[in-house]
Design a protein around this ligand. Structure first.
Ligand SMILES: NC(=O)c1ccc[n+]([C@@H]2O[C@H](COP(=O)([O-])OP(=O)(O)OC[C@H]3O[C@@H](n4cnc5c(N)ncnc54)[C@H](O)[C@@H]3O)[C@@H](O)[C@H]2O)c1
Length: 415
């Protein structure tokens, strides 16, 4: 076999993320990952995906048909959250290396079923917790591991913005997306546990729906709505962020529909292993503002990670500021990151390269199903805590007996 073989890979769900993976991974591997087949139910999405990728992978409507006809090296599952379990079941016979989009699925039951199913899967599976691959997060990990802030004690992570596609797509319902702590916050929780060297054990949450939802019809879209004064109106084809080249928010379901049942303002407090604790908060109705910032406190210093900048600084889309008091070392250090116009803090190409190596057996999954399972259980636990007004012990109150082993494997290097 050649040192860098060309690999034929399929994508299930050729939508926003599927099409983005196709081009990004193809470029990142200099054409060595070649997307030759897709499963995509909608004609328009297939055509949009082909236009984006610049090629026409063979299209199938059913996974089983694709597996019987194509000779594939791996598969990416990038369908809406609520179809991941169903898709994975159909992939089981192929036993091909997989990249599974986060979250594992949208409901507690299906997330657990995925954790069970993947336990018996014969090939490696990575979950697309893409932020972990971003250079800014890798630098933060390296600083922490080198002892730059002493022993890690606690974290405080927040993200505030206008919500984007979170309330105008399948993500606006629990059945479709799973709730924003699972759909969106799972990235931040995953990064928190990874960076801090901690695995979650107990959680308290407050979850509220304060702005979105309402009495509009389930079918209403921005393009069919006559409320032109609505501040949440989605401008079709508008990019979510002028600095980012490759995003297309063309989904415009009404955020004020009666079908909206996910929370838009949430906070959780998490107790972890290694005597580490932390908080994570997000709010998705903060207009004309985007902040995602992480603070990690150690016995000798603090890391302040700004994933997005309030001020415009040339070639600086994100920044790490390190402040500390260690004799002989500088009190302050600063590291700047240019995301090169890419979303996900430029983590995508590195995730693509890792996937390429994993398919060939040259790398193990770095962002594992176990980690995703544990991070998502924090979201499930926080919502339960909010509903029942009590502190949740994840192992005692949530995790099924047969999955305790999987849960305890998460963030294993940290435990
Ligand atoms: N890792 C990340 O940072 C990141 C970012 C965005 C989205 N995502 C994840 O990627 C997945 C897709 O999100 P998206 O924004 O691309 O959604 P999307 O709606 O744009 O794309 C999903 C595509 O799947 C197709 N589809 C629907 N039902 C299907 C089925 N049963 N089988 C196969 N395909 C089906 C849809 O027609 C659509 O084209 C979600 O799980 C989402 O959470 C991850």
């Amino acid at each position: 076999m050649s040192i860098n073989p060309e690999l034929k890979v399929a994508i299930i769900g050729f939508g926003e993320m599927g099409k983005r993976h196709s081009l990004e991974y193809h470029h990142a591997t200099r054409g060595k990952i070649n997307f030759t087949a897709v499963v995509e139910p909608e004609d328009a999405r297939y055509e949009e995906g082909c236009a984006w990728y610049g090629k026409r992978p063979t299209r199938y409507k059913r996974i089983k048909d694709m597996l019987s006809k194509e000779k594939l090296a791996a598969i990416i599952i990038a369908s809406p959250n609520c179809f991941h379990y169903e898709n994975l079941k159909d992939c089981m016979t192929g036993n091909l290396p997989l990249m599974l989009e986060k979250p594992l699925d949208s409901t507690f039951e299906k997330i657990c079923e995925i954790a069970r199913l993947t336990n018996s899967y014969k090939a490696p599976i990575m979950v697309d917790h893409v932020m972990r691959y971003a250079p800014i997060i890798q630098k933060a990990k390296q600083l922490i591991t080198s002892g730059a802030i002493g022993k890690v004690c606690s974290f405080n992570f927040v993200q505030y913005h206008g919500g984007g596609a979170l309330f105008t797509t399948y993500r606006r319902t629990m059945a479709g997306g799973g709730g924003q702590l699972i759909e969106k916050g799972t990235h931040d929780l995953d990064v928190a546990f990874y960076l801090c060297g901690a695995a979650p054990r107990k959680v308290t949450g407050i979850c509220r729906l304060q702005k979105f939802g309402g009495n509009k019809s389930e079918k209403l879209t921005c393009s069919t709505c006559d409320d032109f004064k609505c501040a949440n109106r989605v401008a079709l084809r508008k990019s979510s962020n002028a600095a980012v080249k490759d995003i297309d928010l063309n989904h415009d379901l009404c955020a004020f529909s009666k079908t909206v049942d996910v929370y838009d303002n949430e906070i959780c407090l998490v107790e972890c292993t290694n005597n580490i604790f932390g908080s994570y908060a997000h709010c998705f109705f903060v207009q004309n503002h985007f902040s995602r910032r992480y603070e990690i406190i150690g016995t000798n210093g603090i890391l302040y990670i700004e994933l997005s900048m309030r001020e415009k600084i040339p070639n600086c889309d994100g920044r790490i500021s390190l402040s500390r008091a260690i004799p002989g070392l500088p009190e302050r250090e600063e590291y700047k990151f240019d995301y090169e116009g890419k979303i996900h803090y430029n983590g995508g190409p590195f995730a693509g390269l890792h996937f390429y190596n994993m398919i060939q057996g040259k790398a193990k999954p770095f962002t594992t199903v176990e980690d995703a399972f544990a991070a998502e259980m924090v979201g499930v636990g926080a919502m339960k805590s909010s509903e029942e007004h009590r502190h949740i012990d994840l192992e005692k109150d949530i995790i099924p007996e047969d999955l305790l082993k999987v849960f305890r494997k998460a963030y294993r290097e940290n435990v």
